[in-house]
Ligand binder design. Structure first.
Ligand SMILES: NC(=O)c1ccc[n+]([C@@H]2O[C@H](COP(=O)([O-])OP(=O)(O)OC[C@H]3O[C@@H](n4cnc5c(N)ncnc54)[C@H](O)[C@@H]3O)[C@@H](O)[C@H]2O)c1
Ligand SMILES: Nc1nc(=O)c(N)c(NC[C@H](O)[C@H](O)[C@H](O)COP(=O)(O)O)[nH]1
Length: 229
């Protein structure tokens, strides 16, 4: 599975404010780049924190749909939510019928909630006991026929993917703003690394609007995903 993480951060590394409310860090041109990246992948993945905070739609529009259809693909990529306890609201934007949606829950998710989400058309999959296991989730998605995933956050999910050594590429748009706040989410939250930070290889630096796009390859050691595959 090829995994690319994309995020927009303030100059001080924040994804949003301490209230965890969505902030438009990207400008029009960067959001256009994000649409292109979405369209080039089999699936778009976010965590439940992002669904509850932003209620994202996670689709591509217009010419991207046509291009994908011309390539024999579904018009807009699969949507994937990492949601240990099946907390996705039944009226969430990701549950409309514009693309298939997979909700990955853990064994601790109430079965009644799982059933509610299935009634709304979601494909519910179980991976992990109390919390979703990212290697098991990606393995199940690969078994469903997906081979590339774009991850759009948030900081908890991004850290878990790096921790499990599952990320191949990272794109970060650094907007020219400072958000601050010790409790505001950052690009990679979780527990953080102590001894062995993930090493990145810078592959590109570009100015977009008044911000900067930084792109990296991730220097992988033995991948957890490969080892279970
Ligand atoms: N600027 C950007 O590019 C961008 C992108 C996405 C989100 N955001 C912002 O980020 C915030 C949401 O991020 P977040 O970090 O709170 O939530 P998140 O989207 O990373 O979801 C994290 C939640 O997923 C669940 N989870 C299940 N299994 C997990 C696992 N193995 N590892 C980690 N989490 C697991 C947990 O409930 C956890 O709290 C919001 O404020 C949103 O606006 C910004
Ligand atoms: N690239 C990017 N730049 C930003 O400035 C920002 N705030 C996000 N945030 C990601 C988050 O998940 C958003 O909620 C989705 O980008 C919204 O997606 P929709 O348009 O609803 O499909 N992403």
């Amino acid at each position: 599975m090829h995994v690319v993480v994309n995020a927009a951060i303030s100059i001080d590394g924040k994804l949003s404010t301490r209230r965890r409310e969505q902030v438009a860090i990207s400008g029009e041109r960067d959001f256009e780049r994000v649409s292109e990246l979405r369209a080039n992948n089999d699936a778009i993945l976010v965590g439940i924190g992002t669904v509850l905070a932003d209620d994202p739609h996670l689709v591509v529009e217009g010419s991207y749909r046509k291009r994908r259809q011309d390539q024999g693909l579904i018009p807009t990529p699969h949507r994937i939510i990492i949601d240990s306890r099946a907390r996705t609201p039944t009226d969430a934007e990701v549950l409309d019928d514009e693309a298939p949606t997979y909700i990955i829950v853990s064994e601790s998710a109430p079965t009644s909630r799982q059933a509610d989400l299935e009634v709304e058309g979601a494909n519910v999959m179980i991976a992990g006991r109390d919390r979703v296991s990212m290697p098991a989730a990606l393995s199940a998605l690969a078994d469903s026929g997906m081979s590339s995933i774009m991850v759009e956050g948030g900081g908890e999910i991004i850290f878990s993917l790096f921790e499990a050594n599952l990320v191949d590429e990272l794109s970060v748009y650094v907007g020219s703003m400072l958000i601050g706040g010790r409790d505001a989410p950052t690009l990679a939250d979780g527990d953080g690394f102590i001894d062995d930070p993930t090493q990145l290889q810078l592959t590109s630096v570009k100015q977009i609007d008044d911000g900067v796009l930084l792109q990296y390859d991730v220097e992988t050691t033995a991948s957890t995903y490969d080892s279970i595959d």
